[in-house]
Structures are given as C-alpha cells and as structure tokens.
Design a protein around this ligand. Structure first.
Ligand SMILES: NC(=O)c1ccc[n+]([C@@H]2O[C@H](COP(=O)([O-])OP(=O)(O)OC[C@H]3O[C@@H](n4cnc5c(N)ncnc54)[C@H](OP(=O)(O)O)[C@@H]3O)[C@@H](O)[C@H]2O)c1
Length: 265
C-alpha cells in the first residue's frame, strides 16, 4: 500500500518574517516536523523569543534567530551565511516577510509605492537569489513564496500590494522552469484573509473571535492553515508540484469576497 510522505525532518529551512503571524506558524510547524529553522525579522527582540520558544519545546528541529531586514541585500546574505554556518546547508526557503497599507491608487506616494514593492517583491528576489545560490551549488531544494488572493484578483485599495503579489506568482512560475534542472521546486501560496497581528492592525479584527478550523465557509483563516500547506509543499508528497500557486481562502468563489462577507470592505 502506498503511504504519502509528508516528512520534513532533517531539512534546513529559512523562514523570513517569523516574529508573528503566518511566518511564526510556519517556523513552528516545520520545527515540530523535525526541520531546523533559521528565522528572521527586523528586530532580535521580536524574533529571539520565537526561536527560544521552539528550542524550549519538545520538538526535534532547532531554531536560529537572525536579525535581518529582507529589504537589505547585505543583511539577507548574512542570514544565508549564518544559516549555512549553523546548520550546514539551506534546503528550504519560505519568502514570507511582507506587508501593506490600504490606500486608493491616486493617494499612494512614490515612496509608499516603492516601499510596498520593495518589501514584498524585491525582498523575495534578494532572498531567492542568495539562498538559491546555495541550493543550486548543492543538492537543490524547495522555495515557497507567499503571494495573496489580492495578487490573483483585483481588490480596491490594494494596487501596490496586488501588483507586487501578482509579480511573485509570475516569478514563481519562471523560476520553476529555469531552476528545474538544479533540483529546485518553486511554488507559491495565495492566502485569503488570515488572522494575524498584521491583519488585526490593518483591518481592526478582534483575534478573540476566531471560528474553529472545522467551519468551512465565511470565516477568517488561521495561520496554521497556511503552515500546513507549507509543510506539504516542502515534503516529498509534493514532488510533482512545481511552479504552482495554491489558493487557500476557505470560500470557493472568485475574488477577495471573503473580506466582504466578513463586513470588512
Ligand atoms: N494575513 C493575511 O490575511 C494574508 C493574506 C494573504 C497574504 N499574506 C502574506 O503572508 C505574509 C505574512 O503575513 P502576516 O499577516 O503574517 O504578516 P504580519 O502579521 O504583518 O507579520 C509580518 C512579519 O514580517 C516581518 N517583517 C516585516 N517587514 C520585514 C522586513 N523588512 N524584514 C524582515 N522581516 C519583516 C515582521 O517582523 P518584524 O516586524 O519583527 O520585523 C513579521 O514577523 C505576508 O507576505 C503577507 O503579505 C497575508
């Protein structure tokens, strides 16, 4: 009988933007599965406790905290170097760090536009080129990019964010082709609305009122529901998936209708 292999034990994963929200859930999930995780945010005061929490937990994976602003290429090089020094390799890169503010296109300053594109798209380029270099010189690996349903469909107030997240989807598809011979799979996840501190701040959502995962429609998602998809995409079970964007929005309808359902737009 065939048994699917969701094992990630022994892998070394870089997860960017892991001090809270989806990135933290991804780091904790991979570590619980036995992967070593190098995790970063802009502040050691914020990323350090997440690594301590993993290292104090009864899990097989170890965590390394690195202060790194992913918009700064030299800091990303340091993140990759520290990962290799500590764990010996880079097998997995999760480009999770990202963010936005909501504003109509005509109100977005040049600086505001550049900040969002830099944070979401250019940082993904820095991390992917520098961690990808290690993977290509070694045994290959897996890269997972965080896009958004707003990169797939239009949403008002999200032109800068949507453009940067749409570009990530096409970058994923292109690299999946270019780096296939290097043994690197590149996939993407497009979440719908997920309850995180970032979303709570942007949209003012009460985190105490989270419906359980069993509810199948018209609810906000849990960060762990994205982390579980990452675990699958990293694992051998996803060996035939390359260049794909996995949408996870809980509601099988077009567009970003979930936030409308929730009365947030
Ligand atoms: N939540 C959603 O509904 C949703 C939906 C679709 C897609 N996504 C995407 O999923 C990813 C995570 O979202 P989230 O809601 O979990 O975000 P969040 O709660 O705002 O957390 C963002 C994380 O990124 C880190 N970060 C921000 N700027 C950084 C930088 N320049 N360098 C390094 N780290 C940085 C933050 O850490 P520090 O502040 O400590 O630096 C934090 O750990 C993002 O790419 C987001 O666009 C989220």
């Amino acid at each position: 009988m065939h048994e699917p292999d969701f094992d990630v034990a022994g892998q070394t994963a870089i997860v960017t933007g892991a001090s809270q929200g989806i990135g933290k859930a991804i780091a904790e999930t991979l570590a619980a599965g036995g992967a070593n995780v190098a995790i970063c945010s802009r502040s050691m005061d914020r990323i350090g406790p997440v690594a301590e929490g993993i290292n104090d937990a009864a899990v097989d994976g170890e965590a390394l905290a690195v202060e790194c602003n992913v918009r700064e290429r030299e800091q990303v090089q340091n993140l990759v170097d520290e990962t290799v020094e500590t764990f010996g390799d880079v097998d997995v890169l999760v480009n999770n760090a990202g963010g936005e503010f909501v504003a109509n296109f005509e109100d977005i300053s040049a600086n505001g536009w550049e900040t969002i594109v830099d944070l979401n798209l250019n940082s993904t380029v820095h991390c992917t080129q520098l961690a990808g270099e290690v993977m290509r010189e070694g045994d290959g690996g897996v890269i997972i990019n965080l896009s958004s349903v707003n990169g797939q469909h239009a949403a008002p107030g999200e032109s800068h964010y949507g453009a940067s997240k749409a570009a990530i989807i096409r970058l994923t598809e292109t690299l999946a082709v270019e780096w296939a011979d290097d043994g690197i799979r590149v996939n993407c996840i497009a979440p719908g609305l997920i309850q995180t501190p970032g979303v709570a701040e942007t949209l003012g959502i009460d985190s105490e009122a989270m419906p359980p995962r069993e509810k199948t429609d018209r609810r906000i998602g849990h960060s762990e529901e994205i982390a579980d998809i990452v675990q699958f995409l990293v694992s051998p079970a996803a060996s035939f998936m390359n260049g794909e964007t996995v949408t996870a929005k809980g509601v099988p309808r077009a567009g970003n209708s979930m936030s409308q359902d929730l009365g947030l737009e």
